[in-house]
Design a protein around this ligand. Structure first.
Ligand SMILES: NC(=O)c1ccc[n+]([C@@H]2O[C@H](COP(=O)([O-])OP(=O)(O)OC[C@H]3O[C@@H](n4cnc5c(N)ncnc54)[C@H](OP(=O)(O)O)[C@@H]3O)[C@@H](O)[C@H]2O)c1
Length: 311
């Protein structure tokens, strides 16, 4: 008999999770602020609880899939006021997005109410939940993940990061940093090409090839992870000077075409900073020093954003 699971939050993500849990044979109890959103999963076999307290009481494992952490307090806070022990002995697994600090606060809040707490970040869109390609970052007590691995694995393959409850969301946001910036660059480049009559249908296949080629370059050619680990930036192929000149050309081309320069100008600023600090001959990875926090005793850091340079 598979363990019962409660799932609170029935947006597209929560509904996909319920379907995966049901398919694996877990009895699933659900609750959602807007009850009508439960219709499909109830038709698929889930039980709709009348109140959040009833939903929490139904299973030791309670998964939350909400817009943010505030929604968890809005839903479970009243339950803990009317019944102070409502969460005692439960395992809350919050798979909602929010900042790492909000995750840490959530873990402390759960502990105050006698609950165990695991945080997670789902790394795929809702339609991919439960597929081979799906994976979820977790942080918090490792034993909680082990205790509930069977149920949680139905959502996606768990990837455990460490005990700090903020880590899962930090890793989620780091990945989305890459994702969102890449998507914005794709749209910028498409707008630039459009000014010369290159249609998006012709532009995007070319541009996407650069995205996949970048992954190959990082994995095979330069091994930047090892360079960053060693704190060394040997420059031979893609130096700060060469990449910085290219960044400058992109800004110039954008200006000439009347396309917004915000994104390429921000990129250029990192290369300009590295060159101005004497790193022109280093590998492009040197620009990380323009992004790192300013720390006393370090000769570099505190890059282009003037608010980070201190007084
Ligand atoms: N959708 C995806 O493909 C995807 C991918 C990766 C990660 N995620 C993350 O997964 C989480 C859920 O995503 P989703 O797409 O299912 O989001 P969504 O459609 O925005 O659903 C959010 C859920 O939160 C509830 N909610 C929000 N604020 C609330 C409040 N103050 N009180 C009570 N309930 C509240 C909503 O209730 P109502 O139905 O009553 O509005 C709904 O059940 C998000 O954190 C999202 O970032 C989503």
């Amino acid at each position: 008999m598979s363990a019962p699971v409660t799932l609170i939050g029935l947006g597209p993500m929560g509904q996909a999770m319920v379907r995966s849990l049901l398919a694996a044979g877990h009895p699933v109890t659900v609750w959602n602020r807007t009850p009508g959103r439960a219709a499909d999963v109830v038709a698929a076999g889930a039980h709709l609880a009348a109140t959040p307290a009833d939903a929490v009481a139904a299973s030791e494992l309670v998964i939350l899939s909400l817009t943010d952490y505030q929604a968890m307090y809005d839903i479970l806070g009243p339950a803990t006021t009317t019944a102070p022990t409502a969460l005692a002995g439960r395992t809350l697994v919050n798979l909602s997005s929010d900042s790492p600090d909000r995750s840490r606060e959530g873990a402390a809040w759960a502990a105050e109410h006698g609950a165990r707490f695991l945080t997670g970040g789902v790394m795929n869109p809702a339609p991919m939940v439960g597929t081979e390609a799906a994976y979820v970052y977790y942080s918090g007590p490792a034993e909680l993940l082990e205790a509930h691995r069977a149920a949680l694995s139905t959502i996606g393959a768990p990837r455990y990061l460490g005990a700090d409850p903020g880590l899962a969301q930090l890793m989620y946001q780091a990945n989305l940093d890459v994702f969102l910036t890449s998507l914005a660059a794709l749209m910028h480049a498409t707008a630039l090409l459009e000014t010369a009559g290159v249609r998006p249908t012709a532009a995007l296949p070319e541009l996407v090839q650069t995205l996949s080629g970048t992954a190959e370059m990082l994995e095979i050619g330069e091994n930047p992870a090892a360079q960053l680990e060693a704190g060394e930036h040997p420059g031979h192929l893609s130096t700060v000077t060469m990449m910085g000149a290219t960044a400058d050309h992109i800004v110039t081309a954008s200006e000439a075409a009347g396309v917004d320069t915000g994104l390429p100008a921000a990129v250029r600023a990192y290369y300009t900073w590295a060159r101005d600090h004497g790193h022109g001959g280093d590998n492009w990875t040197r620009i990380i020093d323009a992004m790192r926090p300013v720390s006393p005793g370090r000769s570099s850091g505190g890059g282009p954003d003037p608010s980070r340079r201190g007084s």
